[in-house]
Design a protein around this ligand. Structure first.
Ligand SMILES: NC(=O)c1ccc[n+]([C@@H]2O[C@H](COP(=O)([O-])OP(=O)(O)OC[C@H]3O[C@@H](n4cnc5c(N)ncnc54)[C@H](OP(=O)(O)O)[C@@H]3O)[C@@H](O)[C@H]2O)c1
Length: 345
C-alpha cells in the first residue's frame, strides 16, 4: 500500500489529536477523528482545525465522510474507517473508557488489517490496548510533539518534537513504515524503530523524573536546572525508573529531549552542572514563553493529573519485578495528594 493510501484515524480531538489530524489533512490525507460531542460541536462551529506556532495551518472539518484534505469529525465509533491505524490521544485517565467505547464498535469482525497505537506518556496504555484489541493489533508509539489547546479554540504547536513508531515484535513492518511515511509527508518528524520498548521506557524515565519535580516545586522545565536539589530529585526518579526497565531486560537509549542513557552514565554532581549550564536565565525575560511540563500545566489549570498512568503504574511494575522504588512511591503519593482530579479526600 503506498503511503498516500495509508488510512490513519484518531481518537480524541485535543491538542495532539488536532495537531496530527490537521497536519495529515493539510498534506492531502482523508482523516477521521472520533471526538467528544462538546469538542466536535465546537470544531464544526469553527469550520476548521487551526494550528499555529511550530506548525501554521488550517484544515477544514466536516460531519460527513472524510475526503482528501478534510477532517471528518464523528462522535460515533462506528464511524471509524475499516483497515485504519487508529491513534488514541485521550489522556491516561480517559483512555480505558475511550478504548471501551471504540472496541464496542470497531474494528469489524472481518477487518484483519486495523491496528491501534496510543501516544500517552507511560507504559500502561499499550497493555490496555492489547487487552482490548489483541496484542497483534498494537503498535508502540512515543511522541514529544508539543501542543496545547488555546482559549480561542486554536491549538498551539509548541514544538515539532519527534514521534517514534515500532512493533513490539522488534521487527520492521509495512504498517509502521506506511504510517511513518504518511506522518513525515504531513510534516510530523517520525521514525520507525525496532526497539520501541527502549524508547517508551526512556521517555518514561524523563516523565517520571520531571513531572513530580516540576509539579511539587512549580518550577518551569527550562529553569529547573538552577536548582541542584531538583536535579538530584529528578535523577533519583530517573534511576529508579531505569532500574525497573533493566529488571525486565530493557536498556535505556539516547533521544533528542530525553538522552537518558547518557544521563545515567553521569554522577548526580555532573548532572547538576549539566542542567545548570543549559538552564534559561534565572529571572524570566518579560514576554518570553515559559516551558512547563504537561503535568504542571494540568495542575495549574485545575485538570486531573496523569498520576496513576505514570507513577501508580511504574510503582506497581517495580513491586512486580522486585525493584525497590521508594522515591517513585513518594512522588506518587505526593502528586496524588495535589491531584485536582482526586476523587475523595
Ligand atoms: N500535548 C503534548 O504536548 C503532549 C506531548 C506528548 C505526550 N502527550 C500525551 O498525549 C496525551 C494527550 O495530550 P493532549 O495534550 O492532546 O490532551 P488533550 O488536549 O486533553 O486531548 C485529549 C482529547 O481526548 C478527548 N477524549 C477524552 N475521552 C474521549 C473519548 N472517550 N472519546 C473521544 N475523545 C475523548 C478529549 O475530549 P475533550 O475535547 O472533550 O476534552 C480531548 O479532546 C496525554 O496523555 C499526554 O500526556 C501530550
Amino acid at each position: 500500500m503506498p503511503p498516500s493510501d495509508v488510512r490513519l484515524a484518531i481518537v480524541g480531538a485535543g491538542a495532539l489529536g488536532q495537531a496530527f489530524a490537521g497536519a495529515l489533512a493539510a498534506a492531502g490525507g482523508a482523516v477521521t477523528v472520533l471526538a467528544t460531542p462538546r469538542t466536535a460541536a465546537q470544531l464544526l462551529g469553527a469550520g476548521a482545525i487551526r494550528l499555529h506556532g511550530a506548525v501554521e495551518l488550517s484544515a477544514p472539518v466536516t460531519d460527513r465522510a472524510a475526503e482528501p484534505g478534510v477532517v471528518a469529525l464523528t462522535t460515533d465509533p462506528a464511524g471509524l474507517p475499516a483497515g485504519a491505524g487508529l491513534i488514541f490521544t485521550p489522556k491516561g485517565h480517559n483512555l480505558p473508557e475511550a478504548i471501551a467505547q471504540v472496541r464496542s464498535a470497531w474494528p469489524g469482525a472481518a477487518d484483519d488489517t486495523a491496528w491501534v497505537c496510543g501516544i500517552q506518556n507511560g507504559i500502561v496504555k499499550d497493555d490496555l490496548l492489547a487487552k482490548a484489541f489483541g496484542p497483534e493489533r498494537v503498535v508502540g508509539a512515543v511522541t514529544i510533539l508539543g501542543g496545547q489547546r488555546e482559549p480561542d479554540g486554536r491549538v498551539a504547536v509548541t514544538s515539532r518534537g519527534a514521534t517514534f513508531l515500532g512493533e513490539f515484535s522488534e521487527q520492521p513492518s509495512a504498517r509502521v513504515d506506511a504510517a511513518v511515511a504518511a506522518l513525515v509527508a504531513a510534516g510530523i518528524p517520525t521514525q520507525a524503530v525496532t526497539n520501541i520498548r527502549t524508547v517508551l521506557w526512556s521517555k518514561m524515565c524523563n516523565a517520571a523524573g520531571l513531572f513530580a519535580v516540576t509539579c511539587l516545586s512549580r518550577v518551569t522545565s527550562n529553569r529547573f536546572g538552577h536548582y541542584g536539589e531538583l536535579v538530584r530529585a529528578y535523577m533519583g526518579l530517573v534511576r529508579e525508573t531505569a532500574a525497573v526497565a533493566a529488571a525486565q531486560g530493557i536498556p535505556m537509549g539516547d533521544y533528542p529531549g530525553f538522552p537518558i542513557k547518557s544521563y545515567l552514565a553521569r554522577s548526580d554532581d555532573e548532572m547538576v552542572a549539566y542542567f545548570a549550564e543549559r538552564a534559561a536565565p534565572f529571572t524570566p525575560t518579560p514576554g518570553a514563553p515559559e516551558s512547563r511540563t504537561s503535568m504542571l500545566q494540568d495542575l495549574l489549570a485545575g485538570r486531573p493529573l496523569e498520576v496513576d498512568a505514570i507513577y501508580g503504574d511504574v510503582v506497581e511494575r517495580g513491586e512486580r519485578v522486585g525493584v525497590p522504588v521508594p522515591r517513585l512511591t513518594l512522588a506518587r503519593d505526593l502528586v496524588r495528594a495535589i491531584d485536582p482530579g482526586r476523587r475523595s479526600p
